[in-house]
Design a protein around this ligand. Structure first.
Ligand SMILES: C[S@@+](CC[C@H](N)C(=O)[O-])C[C@H]1O[C@@H](n2cnc3c(N)ncnc32)[C@H](O)[C@@H]1O
Length: 286
């Protein structure tokens, strides 16, 4: 395997966080057309080498970058850090908590440092608990600290695992959240298999919330476009089509796409990382 040196850039992330209120049926227009643009602090990102020629195992390289990027971010920014995407939970998550009306066992897949885990525990009906799963041990160590600081330790369990091989301990999920996590698996088959496991683990009336950053591409200042570095390069259409197929027969509360963009400077030249944020919330039949 030939390892290429990865160039680095400082990127400023601007992601559209426009949210369609939970409870809206699939296909209906957003309640508000006003975009709520979330500006995220500059972070150091690895980018594809200059000519885009790739001679190594793409998955290994993308996974290595996923770990490096998140470890660096979690070291430099804490939950609530203004200007970072850790500043606050995504509104899609907060609005969806209202769909859960009794105490549940909830799961936060790819939980990071607990941006959603903690508000889930605090916002779900009393008696609920959350299992948070993540690949990165240091992320979970911070999550555990954050839970303790919020007095929520007894209702949070942290599990260090790769979602691709992890199985739900029981078919008891009243809520499953996977926000910007499932695009970090090795194949479309693995993506589908995880969704199937989520579906199977959900109790009647339970809710699944999936956020996917799809259609990731880099656009150089000269307009040249190429795929961005990510384990599973999903198109928005692919992601939505798999989600709709997997959750056939469920009530679809949110089924939306929003454009997102990351502007970065590399060697003095501007590049843009473009993507589509897929937001999907489905509820199992009662
Ligand atoms: C973009 S962050 C999102 C974190 C959290 N969901 C949030 O919205 O704040 C993606 C997280 O998924 C985790 N992750 C990536 N691939 C994973 C995998 N295959 N299994 C488990 N966790 C994974 C990363 O370690 C990282 O913490």
């Amino acid at each position: 395997m030939l390892l290429l040196g990865l160039s680095k850039a400082w990127a400023t992330h601007e992601a559209s966080a426009e949210f369609g209120a939970a409870g809206r049926a699939m296909g209906n227009p957003p309640a508000s057309a006003a975009p709520d643009v979330e500006r995220v602090q500059s972070v150091e990102m690895d980018v594809l080498p200059g000519d885009g020629t790739v001679a190594i195992d793409e998955f290994v390289r993308a996974r290595r970058e996923t770990i490096r990027y998140h470890e660096a971010l979690y070291r430099s920014a804490r939950l609530g850090t203004r200007g970072s995407w850790l500043a606050h939970p995504h509104p899609l998550v907060m609005d969806s908590l209202g769909l859960v009306t009794r105490p549940v066992h909830a799961y936060d897949l790819g939980a990071g440092v607990g941006r959603h885990t903690l508000p889930m525990v605090a916002g779900l009906p009393s008696g609920s608990r959350v299992t948070a799963v993540d690949l990165i041990p240091s992320a979970l160590a911070s999550l555990v600290e954050n839970a303790a600081a919020a007095g929520l330790s007894d209702r949070v369990e942290a599990v260090n695992a790769d979602l691709e091989s992890w199985a739900f301990p029981a078919d008891d999920a009243g809520l499953i959240i996977a926000f910007s996590a499932l695009e970090h698996v090795s194949s479309l088959d693995a993506f589908c298999a995880i969704l199937e496991r989520c579906r199977a683990a959900t109790i009647p009336g339970g809710v699944n919330l999936i956020g996917i950053v799809a259609d990731r591409e880099e656009v150089s200042s000269s307009g040249a476009r190429r795929a961005a570095l990510i384990e599973l390069s999903l198109s928005g259409e692919q992601a939505l089509s798999v989600l709709r197929r997997c959750f056939t027969g469920w009530e679809i509360h949110v089924d939306e796409t929003n454009p997102a963009a990351v502007t970065e400077e590399r060697n003095g030249a501007q590049h843009e990382l473009r993507s589509t944020l897929i937001k999907f919330v489905a509820q199992a039949p009662h």
